[in-house]
Design a protein around this ligand. Sequence first.
Ligand SMILES: C=CC1=C(C)c2cc3[nH]c(cc4nc(cc5[nH]c(cc1n2)c(C)c5CCC(=O)O)C(CCC(=O)O)=C4C)c(C)c3C=C
Ligand SMILES: [Fe+2]
Ligand SMILES: [Fe+2]
Length: 356
Amino acid sequence: MSKQGVILLNLGSPDSTEVSDVRKYLREFLMDGRVLDAPYPIRWFLVNCLILPTRPRESAEAYSEVWLDEGSPLIVTSRQQQAALAEKIDIPVGLGMRYGNPSTPDALKELLDQGVDDLFIIPMYPHYAMSSYETAVVALMDAAREMKPDLKTTLLPPFYQDPGYIDAMVERAMPSLKDGDFDKLVFSFHGIPQRHLVKGDPSHSHCLTTHDCCNTCHPAHATCYRHQCAMTVEKFVAAAKIPKDKYMITFQSRLGREPWLHPYTDKALEQLPKDGHKKVKVMCPAFTADCLETLEEIAMRGRESFLESGGEAFEQIPCLNELPAFIDFLASKVKDWQNGAYETAHATPPAYVAQK
Ligand SMILES: C=CC1=C(C)c2cc3[nH]c(cc4nc(cc5[nH]c(cc1n2)c(C)c5CCC(=O)O)C(CCC(=O)O)=C4C)c(C)c3C=C
Ligand SMILES: [Fe+2]
Ligand SMILES: [Fe+2]
């Protein structure tokens, strides 16, 4: 008789706002070849000689702005999501972070110690990116291979257009949107370098080869972050009945000099008031839990620059966090798995983006 378990995967935070802890976290994060994908010696130089001398101090200050008594918002909320899901299902639920703690190997070990030998993996990312979903899954699989090579694993595919996820987002946003008192609803997604889209295209012939590639049906969309973000928005605005002229998609949090997906959120928030859009609401659908990037970058710095540029009203809509509709959605995915919906088709991430 096999014993089932679930693991939630997310990105992770530093252990504290001490510069030394932030440096340790950023080193682990940025030395990940799926995040900074330059060859190892170049990555080592970039991280150790250009980024780590200054960024940890700046990031530590940013973390201090949002840190809670219980710790990082991302970790605190992830723990709440874990507990809420565990209440809904009668099997163990673990929580593993790709960087920092609780680490993915530690979370897996805890589940294995409870006798789990059949694991459902839920990356808490609605969209596929090499630097988020894929690296989280690879870290889990690597740990599983070390600790229990015969572990049965099933992977939840990216849920960017799943009606349960879209409905939960609509429920989350409706109290803020229903009076229609806004000029623009900005969907701000975490950005990635444009190059990552091209690299993640298994056909090597679709992503970014035409200006509207993401609207042209293609198998590459199974791993196309930009397409998946656009689909989330398409489904959301249809469900929430938001007219075409009242929303836009932007990409935030870029790092470095190469081009990332655009339009860029920071530039858009400066430009919108100048174009007469004085009242905005902002949603961040790539994040299932509020974190540094939503609470500090958007709700604090984004708000400030929008208002300084002539904006009059700025409202940030919270992430799904522990919204019951979202937890119910996760529980329904667990049920689907238990009913055999996922087979083994998604048990391993695509090998073509394997990165050392
Ligand atoms: C939602 C999915 C995410 C993708 C895709 C992603 C790509 C990506 N991120 C960086 C660099 C940084 N991101 C940082 C924070 C951060 N990123 C995500 C999610 C995605 N990142 C989250 C949830 C968080 C918040 C973590 C928290 O503790 O709250 C940071 C650290 C903070 C900082 O110094 O700004 C960096 C650095 C790159 C380079 C990248 C794609 C290549
Ligand atoms: Fe990030
Ligand atoms: Fe695309």
